[in-house]
Design a protein around this ligand. Structure first.
Ligand code: EUG
Length: 614
């Protein structure tokens, strides 16, 4: 099908995962660009047939699926046994990773199920424990760059919470909080605030792309770009279904913080995250200890004005002194939001054109070529671009912006770009929307850098120091040069740390390039760990390696995680291997991925399901 004739992307009025009407034309354009660069079929046949999870026979598995259909409703249980479709960001699969680092049929689900209520989720937990089938819960399953919707264990049953559990349960105008289910996207929450006429009053905080689940992104500790950019820090209250069936046959459901009060979270649940006693929320983020069915989130009051600004810096060597200038301004809140400091190459790639438009040589694109093309853009020739925002009424902004300007100009060659000179389709205006709480779709464009564009992220955190930025930048430079890959770093500056996000864009059909991307990632993870840096989040295929770098005191933290896992989920039914946490049934059987493997599976689980030989 020619990109021009592609079916329209579903909108929010027809699908919970849809695009807001206001972004439909942007989606149509973005989709056409992606399909333009697609040289392979969107459909991948499952040549290995139904991916039955290890430890159960195909016959027993199919019988268990029938049993599940009878109680959940057959229409809410889909077997995944013929083919998978890759789609794109807005029409993404829920069965596998559309940007696979190994073969498509490795991180793949045997079935997808759609619970419609907490009772349904409890039923799934009961079923999984009875048949010893691994479940892999997703909210929206976007999470691109980190494995998408794919389960870690081949043949897991994906629990797509988002499709039917997508209610906005509360938007509280007095407290500036909300309570949402897993299927609520940043797009959907924003649209609802607009629809209720509250947009002048309150903002959400959104990642670069708004299609992700508020619950899913927050549980993965994702970031956004207003002063509320640390999503996990801004949540308040969870409702969680635990993975173990109690002695009484009941599946426990807990509410954390003030939600644990007898009345179940009547008034303070979304206002005070801690409640009384141990703060349990942490163990349900980036873990496999429970299935989160509700989450509270704080909303930001409209600050009464905002103003984006953009500075460019001429040389790569400006990085360290600039970061030193940023730190005190950020910690003292003169720099108020989670801003991005991007390399010039990313400012070029986000225009959405293929790399071949600029350069046809192999290896990383040379710096002078990047500079030459940047010179022809509104950004101008530079090595780094800072995209920030100042909030509040004009006179207050003016005061803060003057301080920032005086400080940034200490870097020789620093330029402030006047937004008035920038055309309406300039990327700057997308950052302007995102940093003022309106989700957009612009960020996707850099996947077109490569045909069949796939991406995977290296995401280390460090203090906001020039020295740290340089160490990470240099190790990334070295490993990208060795692998012959373009280096496109962006620093997201938090309050006392920064997340460095390096997205490697590769051609998913180019096996050699994919291997180089994996090698580059794995080398950077090891190099960073040797210097004392760790990743805040990672791709499914890299979780064992990253978890292995958090090994202080003889792996004390993983031992603790394993203790929790064995207690909370003794049958190991919930997301085995997620974040490197393996249930007892899988441990010591070669399930960990350390690099270069072609199979994602270990050899069996123990004990197997009783009827596994049927
Ligand atoms: C970004 C991407 C991430 C992330 C944080 C920020 C922004 C990219 C793919 O993951 O974890 C420009």
């Amino acid at each position: 099908m020619s990109p021009k004739n592609l079916p329209l992307t579903p909108t929010l009025s027809t699908a919970h995962s849809g695009i807001p009407e206001r972004l439909l034309s942007k989606a149509t354009h973005a989709k056409a660009l992606i399909y333009d660069g697609k040289t392979v079929s969107d459909t991948v046949p499952l040549s290995r047939g139904l991916p039955v999870p290890q430890g159960i026979s195909k016959k027993a598995f199919l019988a268990a699926i029938d049993e599940l259909g009878a109680v959940l409703g057959a229409q809410h249980v889909q077997l995944n046994d013929t083919e998978v479709k890759n789609g794109w960001y807005m029409e993404h699969p829920n069965t596998h990773d559309m940007m696979p680092l190994l073969d498509t049929e490795e991180f793949v689900a045997s079935a997808v199920v759609y619970p419609g209520s907490v009772e349904d989720v409890k039923l799934l937990v009961r079923w999984a424990n009875k048949h010893l089938v691994p479940l892999f819960p997703i909210s929206m399953g976007r999470n691109l760059g980190y494995g998408g919707s794919a389960p870690r264990v081949r043949g897991s049953v994906t629990v797509d919470l988002g499709r039917r559990m997508n209610r906005i349960l509360d938007i509280n105008e007095a407290d500036y909080t909300c309570l949402v289910e897993p299927g609520v996207t940043f797009y959907a929450l924003h649209e609802e605030i607009v629809k209720r006429g509250l947009a002048d009053k309150m903002w959400i905080d959104t990642p670069d792309l708004g299609g992700g689940s508020v619950v899913g992104n927050t549980l993965d500790r994702g970031v956004g770009y207003t002063p509320y950019g640390d999503h996990w820090a801004c949540h308040s209250g969870l409702e969680v279904v635990l993975p173990k069936v109690g002695e009484d046959g009941e599946v426990p459901v807990v509410r954390t913080g003030m939600g644990a009060l007898g009345v179940g979270g009547e008034n303070t649940w979304q206002c005070f995250p801690y409640g009384f006693g141990p703060y349990s929320d942490g163990i349900f983020s980036q873990s496999n200890f429970g299935i989160v069915t509700k989450m509270g989130m704080t909303l930001m009051p409209n600050p009464g004005g905002y103003e984006s600004f953009m500075y460019t810096f001429p040389d790569e060597s400006c990085l360290a002194p600039l970061i030193e200038i940023i730190r005190p301004l950020r910690i003292s809140n003169i720099l108020e939001n989670v801003a991005q400091l991007r390399h010039g190459l990313q400012t070029l790639s986000v225009k959405g054109h293929p790399r071949t438009k600029y350069y046809s040589g192999g290896g990383p694109m040379p710096e002078d070529v990047v500079r030459k093309h940047l010179r022809e853009t509104a950004t101008g020739e530079c090595a780094w671009v800072y995209y920030g925002m100042s909030y509040g009424p004009a006179h207050i902004r003016a005061h803060k912006l003057a301080i920032i300007d005086a400080e940034f100009r200490k870097i020789p060659g620093c330029k402030k770009i006047d937004p008035k000179t920038l055309p309406a389709d300039e990327y700057f205006w997308s950052r302007d929307k995102v940093a003022s709480g309106t989700p957009d779709l612009e960020e996707l464009k850099w996947v077109n850098w490569m045909p069949n564009g796939a991406h995977i992220a290296f995401s280390p955190v460090s203090p906001i120091r020039g020295e740290d930025a340089m160490k990470l930048w240099e190790l990334a430079r070295k490993r990208h040069d060795e692998a012959g890959l373009d280096l496109m770093p962006a620093f997201c500056v938090g309050l006392r740390e920064m997340h460095l996000i390096i997205e490697i864009v590769y051609d998913a059909t180019d096996v050699d390039m994919r291997r180089r991307a994996e090698k580059c990632l794995r080398d950077m993870i090891d190099d960073a760990a040797a210097l004392g840096y760790g990743e805040y989040r990672t791709h499914l295929a890299l979780m064992d390696q990253v978890a292995g770098t958090y090994n202080w005191n003889d792996n004390a933290l993983m031992k603790f995680n394993n203790m929790l896992k064995d207690t909370l989920d003794p049958n190991g039914i919930l997301a085995p291997g997620r974040c490197g946490i393996w249930p007892k049934r899988y441990r010591g059987r070669g399930w960990e991925l350390k690099g270069g493997e072609t199979s994602s599976e270990g050899s069996g689980v123990a004990p197997a399901a009783a009827d596994s030989k049927i």
